[in-house]
Design a protein around this ligand. Structure first.
Ligand code: PEP
Length: 276
């Protein structure tokens, strides 16, 4: 299928996808934090129209899973091997054993900070899928790459390396997070228009792989998402949720962000493409 036909009206209705809002706690929190967070979520009305996922540090996965909230639990990374001499690493099946049903893979803090190559990320996605996890695959360009005009090339290269390892039947098990590196933890969010353009690019590539499954893959935006900007981002046709770092450390903010996407899912917030 061509890029042009990928944009055909009717094929890209956001309503066919339940939004996902995932919180990446990164290397923050402790057991007391987990307890306070769980208590806040128990008191709150969790939006049923949005799939919530929390990704704590690995050592708190079990504690969060034991709380048995109606949310997904995710790791922040997995190793590409199932077992072996990899000191300090954690296999996908291990985080599954701790109660995770998801994992983030390919976060830029690991791609850049820990020199993870596209191939390593693809191997990790493969390992996570083998272990029965759903995967949030992160892609995104640096500021230098955007300024050099290569944002699209970089994102498609990162995505294609992963997609080459994902069987068509497993496409529904992944979500893609477009996270421009220049927006992560900087307070500088991509404008909804810039984000939507990149999400449409990702969607077109997924459609080339399998048009039907591609429509159910959530493409999340990540990069300084706040309750304020979430309502604008959620109006875009291909922004199906968010991967939230800093703001996810506050359960109130996290739920307000989820609320913005719940409004979109229930139709209370019309997508821009629908002419609202
Ligand atoms: C992230 O780490 O995935 C992220 C998007 O962080 P922040 O929301 O803090 O920019």
């Amino acid at each position: 299928m061509t890029r042009e036909s990928a944009a055909a009206p009717g094929l890209r209705e956001p309503a066919s996808r339940n939004p996902i809002v995932a919180g990446n706690w990164k290397m923050n929190g402790d057991h007391a934090f987990v307890e306070r967070y769980v208590a806040s979520l128990r008191e709150a009305d969790l939006p049923s129209a949005v799939e919530l996922v929390l990704c704590p540090p690995t050592c708190y996965l079990s504690a969060l899973a034991r709380a048995d909230l109606a949310i997904g639990i995710g790791g922040q990374d997995v190793h590409w091997l199932d077992a072996g001499p990899c000191t300090g690493s954690v296999a996908a099946r291990m985080i599954r054993d701790c109660g995770a049903t998801w994992s983030i893979v390919g976060h830029s803090e690991r791609r850049i900070g820990l020199s993870e190559s596209d191939e390593m990320v693809a191997d990790k996605v493969d390992a996570a899928l083998r272990a029965g996890l759903r995967v949030i695959v992160c892609v995104g360009e640096t500021l230098a790459e955007r300024e050099a005009g290569s944002a699209e090339t970089v994102v498609l290269r990162q995505l294609d390396t992963v997609l080459a390892r994902v069987p068509e039947a497993a496409l529904a098990q992944i979500a893609v997070a477009y996270e421009p590196v220049w927006a992560i933890g900087t307070g500088r969010t991509a404008t909804p228009e810039v984000a939507q353009a990149m999400h449409a690019l990702v969607r077109a590539r997924l459609i080339e792989m399998n048009a039907e499954s591609a429509m159910s893959v959530c493409i999340l935006y990540g990069g300084s998402v706040t309750p304020e900007n979430a309502r604008l981002l959620a109006r875009e046709q291909d922004i199906d949720g968010a991967l939230v770092g800093g703001a996810s450390l506050d359960p109130g903010d996290f739920l307000r962000i989820a609320g913005a996407f719940a409004e979109r899912a229930t139709g209370a917030l019309q997508s821009r493409a629908a002419g609202a």
